[in-house]
Write a protein that binds this ligand. Structure first.
Ligand code: HEC
Ligand code: HEC
Length: 222
């Protein structure tokens, strides 16, 4: 695989490995791929391409404070623009965008409820447990899979069959169907992080907006 051959994975460790510390950099470490933090760096495929070609997005390189930060940090993203062909860069962008799920959801969201749902999910802290844009994967010791589930993956449908179950999850922090399963309860009492109940914090309309955002994001990432 090209990303492996080019040494990308030497710096961008797999999700199960520890991140490489990078003191002085924007977030203090070298981001792992698929850890749900892509959008802390790159908002779009264009910015991912700029990372790979120039070692940083243009907006960072053009900003004196960001450029000074880059010059000082121990680990720096190399610029591959001079050594890889446009096709190779394109395939690395496709690889990074897919593991990072950037571009799986359009940046310029047109539907108002969908855009509002995404903004609400961010404001309400859903991303701090479910990953940026619901990409999942934040550790949850003692839980069934060992991490907090996302909204996009294949097993979302097992935990949330429909809108009614979604409402239960968010309003009550649980699912009556799953709570009846002893194996599930075994993990629920042990896990470190649990789903909070938002009953007093979200209106019906806000809940519906978040649901339409999740549905749109799931459709876009299929
Ligand atoms: C020498 C270490 C190093 C190597 C090798 C490296 N990167 Fe990076 N990369 C970084 C650092 C550090 C950042 C974060 C930007 C910062 O804080 O300066 C980054 C950021 C990124 C980002 C944006 C952040 C994210 O998580 O999506 C992408 C995409 C990326 N690199 C892709 C690649 C690809 C593809 C390769 C191989 C062609 C590669 N990198 C090789 C160090 C490296
Ligand atoms: C404190 C961390 C935390 C926050 C904040 C949080 N969740 Fe959760 N959520 C969880 C955990 C952990 C689970 C897994 C179910 C369980 O075992 O309790 C979960 C489960 C879910 C589920 C069902 C499982 C799945 O596949 O995703 C949905 C839907 C959900 N949360 C939506 C939301 C929404 C929407 C918000 C914001 C309004 C939110 N969560 C905020 C931790 C959190």
């Amino acid at each position: 695989m090209l990303a492996e051959a080019q040494g990308c994975l030497g710096c961008h460790r797999s999700y199960s490995a520890a991140e490489i510390p990078n003191p002085g950099s924007r977030w203090g470490s070298v981001p792992r791929f698929a850890a749900g933090n892509a959008r802390m760096y790159a908002e779009s495929r264009r910015e991912i391409a700029e990372f790979i070609r120039f070692g940083a997005p243009r907006s960072w390189l053009d900003d004196p404070a960001a450029a000074a930060r880059l010059a000082d940090q121990p680990v720096r993203m190399p610029a591959y623009g001079g050594s890889l062909s446009p096709d190779e860069i394109e395939s690395l962008v496709a690889f990074a965008a897919s593991v990072e799920r950037v571009g799986s959801f359009p940046d310029g969201v047109e539907d108002e409820a969908v855009a509002e749902g995404r903004a609400l999910a961010r404001e309400q802290g859903c991303f701090s447990c479910h990953g940026v844009d619901g990409s999942g994967g934040l550790p949850n010791p003692g839980s069934l899979g060992g991490f907090t589930p996302g909204f996009l993956g294949g097993n979302f449908g097992d935990m949330v069959r429909d809108r009614a179950e979604f409402r239960e999850w968010v309003l009550d922090g649980t699912s009556r169907r799953l709570a009846g399963n002893p194996a599930v309860r075994f993990f629920w009492v042990r896990q470190r992080v649990s789903m909070p109940a938002y009953r007093d914090r979200l209106t019906d309309e806000q809940l519906e907006a978040i649901w339409s955002w999740i549905e749109a994001a799931r459709t876009a990432s299929e």
